[in-house]
Design a protein around this ligand. Sequence first.
Ligand SMILES: C[S@@+](CC[C@H](N)C(=O)[O-])C[C@H]1O[C@@H](n2cnc3c(N)ncnc32)[C@H](O)[C@@H]1O
Length: 398
Amino acid sequence: MELLITDFGFDGEGVGKVDQKVCFVRFALVGERVEVEPCQTHAKFLKAKLVNVTKPSNRRVAPPCPYFARCGGCDFQHISYQDELAIKKQILQRQLQKLGQNPSITVQASGQEYHYRNKVKLFVSNGLAFHSAYGQGFVKIDKCLIAKPQINQTIAHLSKFLEREKLFEKIKYVEIKQIEKTILINLFVRKTIAAGFQNFLSTLGCRAKIFQTEGKKTSLLASSDCFEASSPNSFHQVNDQVAELLYQKVCSLAKGKTIANCYSGAGLLSKMLLDCGGKKVYGLELGQSEHQEAENLKKRYRLASLQNIQGDCAQTLPSIKNQVELIIVDPPRAGCSQKVLASIDESAACELVYISCNHASFARDVGRLKNFVLDQVEIFDMFPKTANFEIFSHLHRI
Ligand SMILES: C[S@@+](CC[C@H](N)C(=O)[O-])C[C@H]1O[C@@H](n2cnc3c(N)ncnc32)[C@H](O)[C@@H]1O
């Protein structure tokens, strides 16, 4: 089928019409005439695979990654970074316009367009692989251009090792994380494994730990030397440089305030809020390993004004909501529950910072808040080359 792409969708994909039905085409650009093959048909729309660009846009550039448009990881290697940021800004603008809001949106670009990711998740399919672009099957890869160089070196060594030891069939997927100069590898196994991982770690030439996770149980397989590291399962932002800029922005609001840092993760932001003059910080986090790391930070830096509370924010925020002046939320992609939003509305806080990596749940939650209005929105481009981005927003009580 052939069609003209007339717009872009909320995931940055091209949008056109086929037989009066809306058709979404990943990797197609506005103004392009394209040949496609349908891959998912629904009552009102269809999703199609890009087969050929018969009339390319003059915004189209050559993607640097050989796997682009076959691998499902990236969305935007076929346009300039400036064009990518402009699309992201328009996506957020449209999302907020649906709520009747039209705030000006500033954009903080990432210092690195490529080689920024400190974490990758690779599936095992005849080697190490990512999901394919159209949701079926996997694309075997040797390296990932958006991952940090040390992660790519680890992929190369690990892939050779797993093949030599015939371990591929025992592993479902692998997560590799880089925290500063340390590498953490977590093998999600079908069945417990025990191979010569100590020798393998010495080939990496850096501080490293390797773990295996079977079901819900994670255990250490080997460590390059004796050192303390964060849990491989704890949440950390994936772009260190942009995370630092985002945290600085949030911390500029901290001085002299009592703050609820909801969904606080491993506690880095809580510490920075105090370093920047916050009076008291409550770190509310559900995850056991993240909470433990936040407690370790509190102990290491003697943060007497930090109180970490483990549990669901829906339960923990109500208990402190009358003591705080500023509430910060940074929820997972699903956004905040109605209970958390009600608690924010009923709190003593006059200010709310909502950080989000999902524009749809962000807009929904802002629309549900009864007593707060948006006064500032900024995109922090945490995930260049993908359709995702981080949103910083500031709201005040009406
Ligand atoms: C997007 S991360 C943000 C982490 C942190 N703000 C940071 O910058 O590293 C979301 C965090 O919320 C935690 N979480 C998920 N559901 C939660 C809930 N219902 N209550 C509290 N924390 C939750 C996750 O474990 C994760 O650490």
